[in-house]
Design a protein. Structure first.
Length: 379
Protein backbone atom coordinates (compact mmCIF):
# COMPACT_ATOMS: atom_id res chain seq x y z
CA UNK A 1 0.00 0.00 0.00
CA UNK A 2 2.79 2.43 0.87
CA UNK A 3 4.31 1.95 -2.58
CA UNK A 4 0.99 2.75 -4.23
CA UNK A 5 0.81 6.13 -2.49
CA UNK A 6 4.52 6.91 -2.86
CA UNK A 7 5.49 7.05 0.82
CA UNK A 8 7.39 3.81 1.35
CA UNK A 9 10.72 5.65 1.64
CA UNK A 10 9.50 7.53 4.74
CA UNK A 11 8.87 4.28 6.61
CA UNK A 12 12.28 2.84 5.83
CA UNK A 13 13.76 3.50 9.28
CA UNK A 14 15.36 1.17 11.80
CA UNK A 15 13.67 0.65 15.16
CA UNK A 16 16.18 3.01 16.81
CA UNK A 17 15.62 5.66 14.15
CA UNK A 18 11.85 5.45 14.66
CA UNK A 19 12.29 6.15 18.38
CA UNK A 20 14.64 9.04 17.66
CA UNK A 21 12.20 10.42 15.08
CA UNK A 22 9.31 10.18 17.54
CA UNK A 23 11.20 12.24 20.14
CA UNK A 24 12.73 14.70 17.66
CA UNK A 25 9.84 17.20 18.03
CA UNK A 26 10.14 17.18 21.82
CA UNK A 27 13.84 18.03 21.56
CA UNK A 28 13.02 20.79 19.07
CA UNK A 29 10.21 22.19 21.25
CA UNK A 30 12.50 22.31 24.30
CA UNK A 31 15.48 23.74 22.42
CA UNK A 32 13.41 26.55 20.94
CA UNK A 33 11.79 27.35 24.27
CA UNK A 34 15.24 27.75 25.82
CA UNK A 35 16.59 29.71 22.84
CA UNK A 36 13.68 32.14 22.75
CA UNK A 37 13.97 32.66 26.50
CA UNK A 38 17.71 33.30 26.77
CA UNK A 39 18.54 34.96 23.44
CA UNK A 40 18.19 38.75 23.25
CA UNK A 41 15.23 40.32 21.50
CA UNK A 42 13.42 43.60 21.19
CA UNK A 43 10.56 44.36 23.57
CA UNK A 44 7.36 45.60 21.95
CA UNK A 45 3.72 46.07 22.88
CA UNK A 46 1.06 44.17 20.97
CA UNK A 47 -2.60 44.65 20.14
CA UNK A 48 -4.01 42.24 22.74
CA UNK A 49 -4.81 43.73 26.15
CA UNK A 50 -3.64 42.12 29.36
CA UNK A 51 -6.85 41.33 31.27
CA UNK A 52 -5.16 41.87 34.65
CA UNK A 53 -3.61 45.27 33.95
CA UNK A 54 -5.80 46.62 31.15
CA UNK A 55 -2.64 47.53 29.23
CA UNK A 56 -1.42 46.12 25.89
CA UNK A 57 0.53 42.89 26.36
CA UNK A 58 4.31 43.00 26.17
CA UNK A 59 6.29 40.66 23.88
CA UNK A 60 9.93 39.83 23.28
CA UNK A 61 10.63 39.25 19.59
CA UNK A 62 13.75 37.33 18.59
CA UNK A 63 12.37 34.93 15.98
CA UNK A 64 14.79 36.02 13.24
CA UNK A 65 17.81 35.42 15.45
CA UNK A 66 16.52 32.00 16.56
CA UNK A 67 15.77 31.08 12.95
CA UNK A 68 19.21 32.06 11.65
CA UNK A 69 20.97 30.13 14.42
CA UNK A 70 18.78 27.06 13.79
CA UNK A 71 19.54 27.10 10.05
CA UNK A 72 23.28 27.41 10.71
CA UNK A 73 23.21 24.49 13.16
CA UNK A 74 21.24 22.38 10.66
CA UNK A 75 23.40 23.30 7.66
CA UNK A 76 26.74 22.68 9.39
CA UNK A 77 25.60 19.37 10.98
CA UNK A 78 27.40 20.50 14.13
CA UNK A 79 25.14 18.30 16.27
CA UNK A 80 25.92 15.23 14.18
CA UNK A 81 22.40 15.15 12.76
CA UNK A 82 22.45 14.66 8.95
CA UNK A 83 20.77 17.38 6.92
CA UNK A 84 18.18 14.99 5.50
CA UNK A 85 17.10 13.71 8.93
CA UNK A 86 14.07 15.95 9.40
CA UNK A 87 12.65 14.77 6.09
CA UNK A 88 13.37 11.07 6.63
CA UNK A 89 11.91 11.32 10.15
CA UNK A 90 8.75 13.14 8.98
CA UNK A 91 6.08 10.51 9.62
CA UNK A 92 7.30 9.40 13.03
CA UNK A 93 7.95 13.00 14.04
CA UNK A 94 4.32 13.85 13.27
CA UNK A 95 3.23 10.97 15.51
CA UNK A 96 5.49 12.16 18.31
CA UNK A 97 4.64 15.83 17.84
CA UNK A 98 0.93 15.04 18.02
CA UNK A 99 1.38 13.13 21.28
CA UNK A 100 3.40 15.95 22.87
CA UNK A 101 0.99 18.63 21.60
CA UNK A 102 -1.83 16.64 23.21
CA UNK A 103 0.03 16.53 26.53
CA UNK A 104 0.73 20.29 26.38
CA UNK A 105 -2.93 21.01 25.66
CA UNK A 106 -4.07 18.83 28.57
CA UNK A 107 -1.65 20.59 30.93
CA UNK A 108 -2.92 23.97 29.71
CA UNK A 109 -6.52 22.88 30.21
CA UNK A 110 -6.05 21.51 33.74
CA UNK A 111 -3.98 24.47 34.93
CA UNK A 112 -6.50 27.07 33.71
CA UNK A 113 -9.58 28.35 35.46
CA UNK A 114 -12.86 26.65 34.54
CA UNK A 115 -14.64 29.96 34.82
CA UNK A 116 -14.60 30.78 31.10
CA UNK A 117 -14.98 27.33 29.46
CA UNK A 118 -16.45 24.51 31.52
CA UNK A 119 -17.06 21.89 28.80
CA UNK A 120 -13.90 19.70 28.96
CA UNK A 121 -13.95 18.81 25.25
CA UNK A 122 -14.18 22.45 24.17
CA UNK A 123 -11.66 23.42 26.85
CA UNK A 124 -9.19 20.84 25.54
CA UNK A 125 -9.61 21.64 21.85
CA UNK A 126 -10.03 25.41 21.90
CA UNK A 127 -8.45 26.17 25.27
CA UNK A 128 -9.57 28.10 28.33
CA UNK A 129 -6.98 30.87 28.37
CA UNK A 130 -6.10 33.25 25.57
CA UNK A 131 -2.52 33.95 26.55
CA UNK A 132 0.34 32.18 28.31
CA UNK A 133 3.70 33.79 29.00
CA UNK A 134 6.62 32.85 31.23
CA UNK A 135 9.53 34.51 33.02
CA UNK A 136 8.10 38.02 33.15
CA UNK A 137 6.88 37.80 29.54
CA UNK A 138 10.31 36.80 28.28
CA UNK A 139 8.54 34.16 26.19
CA UNK A 140 4.96 34.08 24.93
CA UNK A 141 3.54 30.65 24.08
CA UNK A 142 1.77 31.76 20.90
CA UNK A 143 4.95 33.34 19.55
CA UNK A 144 6.80 30.18 20.54
CA UNK A 145 4.34 28.24 18.37
CA UNK A 146 5.12 30.34 15.35
CA UNK A 147 8.89 30.47 15.79
CA UNK A 148 9.01 26.68 16.15
CA UNK A 149 6.48 26.08 13.38
CA UNK A 150 7.97 28.56 10.92
CA UNK A 151 11.55 27.46 11.45
CA UNK A 152 10.67 23.78 11.16
CA UNK A 153 8.62 24.43 8.02
CA UNK A 154 11.73 25.88 6.41
CA UNK A 155 14.10 23.22 7.75
CA UNK A 156 11.78 20.36 6.78
CA UNK A 157 11.53 21.79 3.25
CA UNK A 158 15.31 22.18 2.98
CA UNK A 159 15.85 18.72 4.44
CA UNK A 160 13.55 17.21 1.81
CA UNK A 161 15.44 19.11 -0.89
CA UNK A 162 18.74 17.61 0.34
CA UNK A 163 17.25 14.10 0.36
CA UNK A 164 15.93 14.57 -3.19
CA UNK A 165 19.30 15.88 -4.40
CA UNK A 166 21.07 12.80 -3.03
CA UNK A 167 18.50 10.39 -4.50
CA UNK A 168 18.50 11.71 -8.06
CA UNK A 169 22.02 12.61 -9.20
CA UNK A 170 21.66 13.96 -12.71
CA UNK A 171 17.85 13.84 -12.58
CA UNK A 172 17.07 16.41 -9.90
CA UNK A 173 13.76 18.19 -10.19
CA UNK A 174 14.35 21.97 -10.08
CA UNK A 175 10.80 22.24 -8.77
CA UNK A 176 11.90 20.72 -5.45
CA UNK A 177 14.47 23.51 -5.08
CA UNK A 178 11.81 26.03 -6.06
CA UNK A 179 9.42 24.57 -3.47
CA UNK A 180 12.05 24.79 -0.70
CA UNK A 181 12.90 28.34 -1.78
CA UNK A 182 9.23 29.38 -1.57
CA UNK A 183 8.84 28.22 2.01
CA UNK A 184 12.24 29.54 3.08
CA UNK A 185 11.35 32.96 1.67
CA UNK A 186 7.88 32.73 3.25
CA UNK A 187 9.35 31.98 6.69
CA UNK A 188 12.16 34.53 6.43
CA UNK A 189 9.61 37.19 5.46
CA UNK A 190 7.52 36.22 8.48
CA UNK A 191 10.44 36.73 10.85
CA UNK A 192 11.43 40.03 9.26
CA UNK A 193 7.87 41.26 9.85
CA UNK A 194 7.43 39.33 13.10
CA UNK A 195 5.74 42.22 14.89
CA UNK A 196 2.88 42.12 12.37
CA UNK A 197 1.95 38.69 13.78
CA UNK A 198 0.89 40.42 17.01
CA UNK A 199 -2.05 41.92 15.10
CA UNK A 200 -3.38 38.73 13.49
CA UNK A 201 -6.37 36.47 14.11
CA UNK A 202 -4.68 33.80 16.25
CA UNK A 203 -3.23 36.21 18.79
CA UNK A 204 -6.32 38.40 18.99
CA UNK A 205 -9.13 35.84 18.95
CA UNK A 206 -7.90 32.29 19.69
CA UNK A 207 -7.58 30.62 23.05
CA UNK A 208 -4.60 28.35 23.68
CA UNK A 209 -5.82 24.78 23.30
CA UNK A 210 -5.00 21.69 21.27
CA UNK A 211 -6.06 23.46 18.08
CA UNK A 212 -3.24 25.99 18.43
CA UNK A 213 -0.71 23.64 20.02
CA UNK A 214 -1.06 21.08 17.24
CA UNK A 215 -1.66 23.65 14.51
CA UNK A 216 1.22 25.95 15.42
CA UNK A 217 3.78 23.26 16.22
CA UNK A 218 2.95 20.17 14.14
CA UNK A 219 0.76 21.22 11.23
CA UNK A 220 2.72 24.39 10.51
CA UNK A 221 6.13 22.87 11.20
CA UNK A 222 5.78 19.37 9.77
CA UNK A 223 2.53 18.81 7.88
CA UNK A 224 2.67 21.89 5.65
CA UNK A 225 5.33 20.00 3.67
CA UNK A 226 2.90 17.13 2.95
CA UNK A 227 3.34 17.44 -0.87
CA UNK A 228 7.08 16.93 -0.41
CA UNK A 229 6.52 13.62 1.38
CA UNK A 230 5.73 11.97 -1.94
CA UNK A 231 7.15 14.35 -4.54
CA UNK A 232 10.70 14.47 -3.22
CA UNK A 233 10.78 10.86 -4.45
CA UNK A 234 9.93 11.90 -8.03
CA UNK A 235 12.57 12.91 -10.63
CA UNK A 236 12.54 15.84 -13.03
CA UNK A 237 9.17 16.02 -14.84
CA UNK A 238 10.95 16.19 -18.20
CA UNK A 239 9.35 19.25 -19.80
CA UNK A 240 10.51 20.46 -23.18
CA UNK A 241 12.61 23.66 -23.07
CA UNK A 242 9.70 25.99 -23.85
CA UNK A 243 7.38 24.55 -21.21
CA UNK A 244 10.24 24.30 -18.73
CA UNK A 245 11.01 28.03 -18.99
CA UNK A 246 7.32 28.89 -18.70
CA UNK A 247 7.06 26.70 -15.59
CA UNK A 248 10.24 28.01 -13.93
CA UNK A 249 9.28 31.64 -14.57
CA UNK A 250 5.50 31.51 -14.28
CA UNK A 251 5.26 29.64 -10.97
CA UNK A 252 7.61 31.98 -9.05
CA UNK A 253 5.71 34.94 -10.56
CA UNK A 254 2.45 33.47 -9.23
CA UNK A 255 4.08 32.96 -5.84
CA UNK A 256 5.27 36.57 -5.72
CA UNK A 257 1.79 37.85 -6.64
CA UNK A 258 0.30 35.81 -3.79
CA UNK A 259 2.97 36.93 -1.36
CA UNK A 260 2.51 40.56 -2.40
CA UNK A 261 -1.24 40.46 -1.81
CA UNK A 262 -1.01 38.68 1.53
CA UNK A 263 1.94 40.63 2.90
CA UNK A 264 0.58 43.93 1.59
CA UNK A 265 -2.86 43.44 3.13
CA UNK A 266 -1.51 42.32 6.50
CA UNK A 267 1.02 45.13 6.57
CA UNK A 268 -1.60 47.73 5.67
CA UNK A 269 -3.84 46.59 8.52
CA UNK A 270 -0.87 46.55 10.90
CA UNK A 271 0.06 50.13 9.99
CA UNK A 272 -3.59 51.20 10.34
CA UNK A 273 -3.94 49.66 13.80
CA UNK A 274 -0.77 51.35 15.05
CA UNK A 275 -1.02 54.63 13.15
CA UNK A 276 -4.67 55.14 12.10
CA UNK A 277 -4.09 58.41 10.24
CA UNK A 278 -0.91 57.44 8.39
CA UNK A 279 -1.01 56.79 4.64
CA UNK A 280 -0.01 53.23 3.77
CA UNK A 281 3.30 53.29 1.84
CA UNK A 282 2.90 57.06 1.83
CA UNK A 283 0.23 56.70 -0.89
CA UNK A 284 -3.02 55.10 0.30
CA UNK A 285 -5.19 57.35 2.43
CA UNK A 286 -6.84 55.50 5.34
CA UNK A 287 -10.62 55.50 4.87
CA UNK A 288 -12.62 53.85 7.62
CA UNK A 289 -15.96 53.41 9.34
CA UNK A 290 -16.23 54.70 12.89
CA UNK A 291 -17.51 51.99 15.23
CA UNK A 292 -17.41 53.56 18.67
CA UNK A 293 -13.78 53.56 19.77
CA UNK A 294 -12.89 51.17 16.95
CA UNK A 295 -12.35 51.74 13.24
CA UNK A 296 -13.00 49.45 10.23
CA UNK A 297 -10.52 50.04 7.40
CA UNK A 298 -12.21 50.28 3.98
CA UNK A 299 -9.48 51.62 1.69
CA UNK A 300 -6.56 50.11 -0.18
CA UNK A 301 -6.45 46.31 -0.23
CA UNK A 302 -9.19 46.19 2.42
CA UNK A 303 -11.52 48.01 0.05
CA UNK A 304 -11.06 45.34 -2.62
CA UNK A 305 -12.41 42.40 -0.60
CA UNK A 306 -13.11 41.82 3.09
CA UNK A 307 -10.52 39.02 3.32
CA UNK A 308 -8.30 39.91 0.39
CA UNK A 309 -5.21 38.61 2.20
CA UNK A 310 -6.65 35.10 1.93
CA UNK A 311 -6.63 35.39 -1.86
CA UNK A 312 -2.88 35.94 -1.63
CA UNK A 313 -2.57 32.76 0.44
CA UNK A 314 -4.58 30.95 -2.24
CA UNK A 315 -2.23 32.09 -5.02
CA UNK A 316 0.74 31.05 -2.92
CA UNK A 317 -0.82 27.61 -2.35
CA UNK A 318 -1.44 27.25 -6.09
CA UNK A 319 2.21 28.09 -6.77
CA UNK A 320 3.21 25.36 -4.29
CA UNK A 321 1.01 22.83 -6.11
CA UNK A 322 2.50 23.74 -9.47
CA UNK A 323 6.09 23.98 -8.28
CA UNK A 324 6.90 20.26 -8.62
CA UNK A 325 5.79 20.01 -12.25
CA UNK A 326 3.87 16.79 -11.56
CA UNK A 327 0.47 18.37 -12.01
CA UNK A 328 -1.46 15.11 -12.09
CA UNK A 329 -0.08 13.86 -8.80
CA UNK A 330 -2.66 14.26 -6.02
CA UNK A 331 0.06 14.89 -3.41
CA UNK A 332 1.03 18.11 -5.17
CA UNK A 333 -2.38 19.58 -4.36
CA UNK A 334 -2.66 18.59 -0.69
CA UNK A 335 -1.28 21.86 0.70
CA UNK A 336 -3.60 23.90 -1.51
CA UNK A 337 -6.63 21.82 -0.47
CA UNK A 338 -5.81 22.40 3.21
CA UNK A 339 -5.17 26.14 2.81
CA UNK A 340 -8.25 26.85 0.68
CA UNK A 341 -10.43 24.84 3.09
CA UNK A 342 -8.91 26.60 6.12
CA UNK A 343 -9.40 30.13 4.86
CA UNK A 344 -12.82 29.45 3.38
CA UNK A 345 -13.91 28.44 6.88
CA UNK A 346 -11.90 31.15 8.62
CA UNK A 347 -13.45 34.01 6.65
CA UNK A 348 -16.84 32.95 8.03
CA UNK A 349 -15.40 32.98 11.55
CA UNK A 350 -13.75 36.35 10.82
CA UNK A 351 -17.09 37.86 9.82
CA UNK A 352 -18.76 36.51 12.95
CA UNK A 353 -15.97 37.80 15.22
CA UNK A 354 -15.91 41.21 13.51
CA UNK A 355 -19.69 41.61 13.75
CA UNK A 356 -19.34 40.98 17.49
CA UNK A 357 -16.35 43.29 17.81
CA UNK A 358 -17.61 46.25 15.78
CA UNK A 359 -21.37 45.74 16.13
CA UNK A 360 -23.82 44.17 13.69
CA UNK A 361 -24.86 47.51 12.19
CA UNK A 362 -21.34 48.78 11.51
CA UNK A 363 -20.18 45.43 10.13
CA UNK A 364 -23.22 45.36 7.82
CA UNK A 365 -22.20 48.83 6.62
CA UNK A 366 -18.72 47.50 5.82
CA UNK A 367 -20.21 44.52 3.99
CA UNK A 368 -22.28 46.91 1.92
CA UNK A 369 -19.22 49.01 1.05
CA UNK A 370 -17.06 45.95 0.37
CA UNK A 371 -19.42 43.20 -0.83
CA UNK A 372 -16.78 40.67 -1.92
CA UNK A 373 -15.47 38.13 0.57
CA UNK A 374 -12.15 37.03 -0.98
CA UNK A 375 -12.22 37.17 -4.80
CA UNK A 376 -13.35 40.56 -6.16
CA UNK A 377 -16.30 40.53 -8.57
CA UNK A 378 -16.74 36.78 -8.01
CA UNK A 379 -17.20 35.92 -4.31
Amino acid sequence: MLESIGLEHLFDLTATEKILAFFTPLVIFAAFFVAQTILPGRRVTGYVTNAETGEPRNYKLNGLLVYVIAVIIWATEVTGMPRDWFYRASVWSVFGGTVFATIFALVAMFTSSKREVKNPIIAFYLGRTQEYSFFNERIDVKMWFYVVGGTMLSLNSLSGMIWHHDQFPGQVNPGVYMYAAFFTFYVLDYFIFERVQLYTYDLIHENTGFKLFWGGLVIYGWLYILPLWALAAEPDPGFSDGWKYLWLIGVPALFLIGWGISRGANLQKYVFKRFPERKFLGLIEPVYIEAGERKILTSGLWGVARHFNYLGEGFFALAVALSFGHFGNFWAWTYMIVIVSLFTWRQVEDDRACAEKYGEEKWAEYQERVPWRILPKVW
